[in-house]
Design a protein around this ligand. Structure first.
Ligand code: PMP
Length: 429
């Protein structure tokens, strides 16, 4: 793309200083300098609608979270080797929200990133079961550490998977018959478990994001993961719900994505929106699952669970409750999918509109009947929207699923603007 000289200089400087491993969004990269709520501004003062950033889940720069971080940083910043009520108050409020065994006898362990949370979950699962097998979905992403990159096939063919990592196919509800999809996925899971057992290893854990974010956003059917969890449990493996993306109200009706499938996970991992931008992540784990691990070794994480991180998490949680953001996610998400559905009814390139709450996927295809993924058009739409100052992205194996995942303070008028701009882009593409 022909960039203006200022942008080109910035891109070149970035490549020189940060090296080759980073990627930028959009043909014409955006330099954001400031944001509030669901709006952001670039260096030239242009305003954007943010329909993508799920970390700042209660809105960019939410004053209550900013104030809580500021006040705590000024008062005390220490780690988990001192007594402090903040983390206990937070755990007392968070653990009951999971229901099931986690509500009754769960523990909260805090980290700084989702990767670390999944890394810790894997270590606990391996220690608990004495086995190393881990099953994930075909295009999963679970993190950037050695262990978690090893269970993240979406990193691509050059990023090695763990020796004992096994994959089950994406439950593509758009192309496969939705009835029986749960039994189908359970059958694939059972086959992978058999393979692990035949090789003398066996299953430690099944790790899954219940909205299948990097597989291409699949929210239905809700009967999908129940049969899988049964198969996993029968094999003595742990069920790990990766809520890093789908947690904290993202999926609408409930706080947690796994609850849409009626599950009772052994471990829940969370991160991203937990501190509305302040790095705080962690796991909830059933007591009996972590007992041996805790007796045999200690866990310490300098920044994980520090008093400031906890203040950020508590304030974020308060805002989610006080502003009714789970209900807002459900209502506005439904409205957005309806409006997108109207566009899809008259444009066969929009093959499927799906999702839950404010996590919406729109599958871009060549023809309605053939359902052939169309990455080029998806990319043109993402870039066209960027040029009209609406920020989204694309995901899935073929990169042809528009990924719309705004802060949870997104309202109907924002959905309206997004749809209007998308309509205009579709006419031009
Ligand atoms: N799990 C899922 C489902 C994720 O989407 C991500 C981040 N994209 C991670 C784990 C890793 O989180 P982090 O980048 O905070 O390490």
């Amino acid at each position: 793309a022909s960039l203006d000289p200022g942008t080109r200089r910035l891109v070149e400087r970035r490549t020189r200083l940060l090296g080759p491993s980073y990627r930028l969004f959009y043909g014409t990269p955006v330099e954001l300098v400031r944001a509030r709520g669901v709006q952001a501004w670039d260096a030239a003062g242009n305003e954007y609608l943010d329909a993508y950033n799920n970390v700042v889940s209660v809105g960019h720069g939410h004053p209550r979270v900013v104030e809580a971080i500021h006040r705590q940083l000024e008062t005390l910043c220490t780690h988990t080797r001192y007594l402090h009520e903040g983390i206990l108050d937070y755990a007392e409020r968070l653990l009951p929200t999971f229901g099931g065994r986690l509500a009754e006898e769960g523990h909260l362990m805090l980290t700084c990133t989702g990767s670390e949370a999944n890394e810790l979950a894997l270590r606990i699962a391996k220690h608990r079961t004495g086995r190393s097998g881990v099953i994930v979905t075909s295009e999963a992403y679970h993190g950037n550490t050695e262990l978690t990159a090893g269970i993240s096939p979406s990193m691509g063919e050059f990023s090695p998977l763990g020796v004992w990592t096994r994959r089950v196919p994406t439950p593509d509800s758009y192309r496969l018959p939705p009835e029986g999809l749960g039994a189908w996925l359970a059958e694939h899971t059972a086959r992978q478990i058999e393979d692990l057992e035949r090789r003398g290893e066996g299953l430690a854990a099944f790790v899954v994001d219940s909205l299948f974010s990097s597989d291409g956003v699949y929210a239905e059917p809700r009967t999908l993961l129940g049969p899988v969890a049964d198969v996993v449990r029968r094999a003595g493996g742990l069920f790990v719900a990766d809520e890093v993306q789908c947690g904290f109200g993202r999926s609408g009706e409930r706080l947690w994505g796994f609850q849409r499938h009626g599950l009772d996970p052994d471990i829940v991992t969370m991160g991203k929106p937990m501190g509305n931008g302040y790095p705080v992540a962690g796991i909830a784990v059933v007591d009996e699952v972590v007992q041996r691990f805790g007796q045999d070794m200690r866990y310490f994480n300098t920044f994980g669970g520090n008093t400031v991180a906890v203040a950020a998490a508590r304030a974020t949680f308060d805002v989610i409750e006080d502003e009714g953001l789970v209900a807002n996610s459900e209502r506005v998400g439904r409205y957005l999918r309806e409006r997108l559905g109207t566009l899809a009814a008259r444009d066969e390139r929009l093959g499927d509109v799906r999702g839950a709450g404010l996590y919406v996927g729109v599958e871009i295809v060549r023809t309605r009947d053939g359902k052939e993924p169309d990455k080029e058009t998806a990319s043109a739409i993402v870039n066209g929207l960027r040029d009209r100052r609406v920020l989204i992205s694309a995901t899935g194996l073929h990169g042809n699923v528009l990924k719309i995942r705004p802060p949870l303070v997104f309202r109907e008028e924002h959905a309206e603007r997004l749809v209007e701009e998308l309509d205009a882009v579709l006419q031009a593409v």
